[in-house]
Design a protein around this ligand. Structure first.
Ligand SMILES: Cc1cc2nc3c(=O)[nH]c(=O)nc-3n(C[C@H](O)[C@H](O)[C@H](O)COP(=O)(O)OP(=O)(O)OC[C@H]3O[C@@H](n4cnc5c(N)ncnc54)[C@H](O)[C@@H]3O)c2cc1C
Length: 476
C-alpha cells in the first residue's frame, strides 16, 4: 500500500511469452489493418492484437461506415492502396455505394444536387466527391479474409495493456484476455489502438487537450433503425418540409435524436443511421465512457419511441443495433518526430518524406486554396522510442490537423506506410528511423499509394469561383 492509501503495489510476476514476431500491431481498426497487412505482405512475420471479436474499429463496430475524401477537388484520386482494395472487395460483393468515377470532380449542378441529396459526403466544395458508403458486416468478413490471406497471426478478444520497455526500446507487449496475462515479443511495435494506449508506459509524449467546439471533442453512440418505409418518409419531407423539421426538433425535445442519414447500400432502403455528438471530459476516462454509453442507449430508446409514434414511414420501424464500439473521435495525440500543425494545413508543399496525400474538402474556401495535405513519415515516429510506430488517429498532430485528418482512409494510409516501413527496415537491418525514405516511397507507389514528386515545388493557386453551396463541416 502506498503512503496515501490510494495505490496498491502489484507483485512482480513471471508472464508467459506466447509468441515472438517481427512486427506486433496493437489494434485492428483502419490503422491496424493497414499496418498489419502491409507489414506481412512485405515479408514480416506479423502479429495483430485486437480487443474485440472483429476487425475494422470504428469503420465496422463504431457504425461509422463512410469512407470519404478519397479524391481531391479536381476529382483526382489521392488515397488508394489498401483503402481502395477494401472498396474493390466490397464492390465485388455489391456492398458499397459511391458516385460514379466519371463524375468525381464534376461541377455540373444537376449532378452535384443529385449526389448531395444521396449523401452530403458525395458532394463537397460544389463538386462531386469520391466517398464510399460501406457495409459494416461484409467489411468484417473482408478484413478477416485480407488478414488470413496475408498469414497474420491474430489474437482477438485480447487487450494490449502495456509495452515491454528496455530503455528506449520496446521489446513487446503484454496482452490480457480470457487466457490471462501473456507477453508477445516483437522487433518492431506499432500502436494502432486509436487512443495511443501504449504511450503512457512507453513514456511517449502526447497531447490530449481538445477545445469543446471541435468535432473531435465528442464521443458518439451510433445506431441503426430498420423497417422504415423510406419512400413514405421522403414524400412527407418533400411535401411538408416545415412539419418534418418540427418533428425533428420535437424528437430532440423528447430526449431522442432528430436527424439521420440513409444507408444508400443496395437493398437497405429500409435502414437509417443516427450519428451523435456527446461532449465529455475525456475520451479515455472509463467513467466518462460508461456515462456516455448509458446516455447514448437511452437516447436511442427515446428516438425509436418518438419516431414510431410520430414520423411518417417509421410506424413499423425498430432499433436494429447500437454500435458495439463506442464512437471515440480523438484522445491521445503523439508529439512525435514531426508534429503536424495548422500551418501545414495551409502549406500546399509536400515533405521530402511524404508517405500520404490527403484531399482537403471540409474547410470551405480554405480547402479551395489548399486542396491537399501532405503527411511526412516522421509524423508516425515517436521521439524517444527507437523501434516504435504510431499508425492510427493518435499520429503526431495538433488539434486542428486532427479535427480534419483522422478519418478512416487517413488511418489506413498511416498503417500502410508504417507496416511497409517496418518490413523494409527489418529486411535492410536498420531501425525504423533509418529506413530508406526513397525506397519506402517507391514501394508505397508500387502498392498503389498515390504520392507526389517530392523534388518539385507544387505551383498551385486557385483561381476559380468561391464556394456558394454548403461548406459546413460534415458530422464525421
Ligand atoms: C461518430 C463518428 C463518426 C465518424 N465519421 C467518420 C466518417 O464519416 N468517415 C471517416 O472516415 N471517419 C469518421 N470518423 C473517424 C474514424 O472513424 C476514426 O478516426 C478512425 O476509425 C480511426 O481509426 P483508428 O485505426 O485510428 O482507430 P479505431 O477505428 O478506433 O480502431 C482502433 C482499434 O484498436 C482496437 N483497440 C483499441 N485499444 C486497444 C487495445 N488496448 N488493445 C487491443 N485493441 C485495441 C479497437 O477495438 C479498434 O479495433 C468518425 C468517428 C466517429 C466516432
Amino acid at each position: 500500500m502506498s503512503k496515501n492509501g490510494n495505490y496498491i503495489r502489484e507483485k512482480a510476476r513471471d508472464t508467459q511469452v506466447i509468441r515472438q514476431a517481427d512486427v506486433v500491431v496493437v489494434g485492428g481498426g483502419p490503422g491496424g489493418i493497414g499496418a498489419a497487412v502491409s507489414a506481412a505482405r512485405n515479408g514480416a512475420d506479423t502479429v495483430l492484437i485486437e480487443r474485440y471479436g472483429y476487425l475494422g474499429g470504428m469503420g465496422t463496430g463504431g457504425l461509422v461506415t463512410i469512407i470519404p475524401q478519397l479524391a481531391d477537388l479536381t476529382g483526382k484520386q489521392q488515397i488508394a492502396g489498401i483503402t481502395q482494395e477494401w472498396i474493390d472487395r466490397l464492390i465485388a460483393r455489391n456492398a458499397v455505394d459511391m458516385p460514379k468515377k466519371e463524375h468525381w470532380g464534376s461541377m455540373d449542378k444537376e449532378l452535384v444536387r443529385y449526389y448531395f441529396q444521396r449523401s452530403f459526403f458525395y458532394a463537397r466544395l460544389d463538386r462531386v466527391s469520391y466517398a464510399a458508403i460501406i457495409d459494416a458486416e461484409i467489411s468484417k468478413i473482408i478484413l478477416n479474409e485480407m488478414i488470413d490471406e496475408a498469414k497474420i497471426k491474430t489474437y482477438c478478444h485480447a487487450w494490449g495493456t502495456e509495452p515491454i520497455m528496455e530503455g528506449n526500446h520496446c521489446k513487446g507487449v503484454i496482452i490480457e484476455s480470457k487466457s490471462g496475462r501473456q507477453a508477445i515479443l516483437g522487433k518492431i511495435i506499432i500502436d494502432s489502438t486509436g487512443d495511443g494506449d501504449l504511450f503512457p508506459y512507453a513514456n511517449i509524449e502526447c497531447e490530449t487537450e481538445i477545445p469543446a467546439h471541435y468535432r473531435i471533442a465528442n464521443l458518439a453512440v451510433c445506431f441503426w433503425i430498420g423497417g422504415v418505409n423510406y419512400q413514405k418518409t421522403t414524400e412527407f419531407r418533400r411535401d411538408h418540409m416545415k412539419e418534418f423539421m418540427d418533428l425533428m426538433r420535437q424528437a430532440n425535445e423528447y430526449g431522442g435524436q432528430g436527424g439521420f442519414m440513409t444507408s444508400n447500400l443496395p437493398d437497405q432502403e429500409s435502414m437509417v443511421w443516427f450519428h451523435s455528438r456527446y461532449p465529455n471530459k475525456s475520451q479515455i476516462d472509463v467513467e466518462e465512457l460508461t456515462r456516455v454509453e448509458f446516455l447514448g442507449h437511452k437516447i436511442a430508446g427515446k428516438t425509436i419511441e418518438f419516431y414510431k409514434k410520430n414520423v411518417p414511414g417509421f410506424e413499423k420501424a425498430f432499433l436494429v443495433l447500437t454500435d458495439p464500439q463506442l464512437g471515440t473521435r480523438s484522445s491521445r495525440r503523439m508529439v512525435g518526430e514531426y508534429w503536424l500543425t495548422e500551418k501545414d494545413l495551409n502549406d500546399n508543399q509536400p515533405f521530402e518524406d511524404t508517405i500520404a496525400v490527403f484531399p482537403d474538402l471540409d474547410r470551405g474556401n480554405d480547402s479551395l486554396a489548399h486542396p491537399n495535405m501532405y503527411i511526412p513519415y516522421r509524423a508516425l515516429l515517436p521521439k524517444n522510442v527507437d523501434n516504435f510506430l504510431v499508425a492510427c488517429r493518435a499520429f503526431s498532430s495538433d488539434k486542428h490537423v486532427q479535427d480534419y485528418f483522422n478519418l478512416i482512409p487517413h488511418c489506413i494510409a498511416f498503417g500502410e506506410a508504417a507496416g511497409t516501413a517496418s518490413a523494409m527496415a527489418l529486411s535492410a537491418g536498420v531501425g525504423v528511423k533509418k529506413v530508406d525514405i526513397k525506397a519506402l516511397q517507391k514501394q508505397l507507389a508500387k502498392q498503389g499509394v498515390p504520392l507526389p514528386d517530392v523534388t518539385k515545388k507544387v505551383d498551385y493557386k486557385y483561381t476559380g469561383p468561391a464556394i456558394v453551396g454548403p461548406s459546413f463541416t460534415p458530422p464525421h
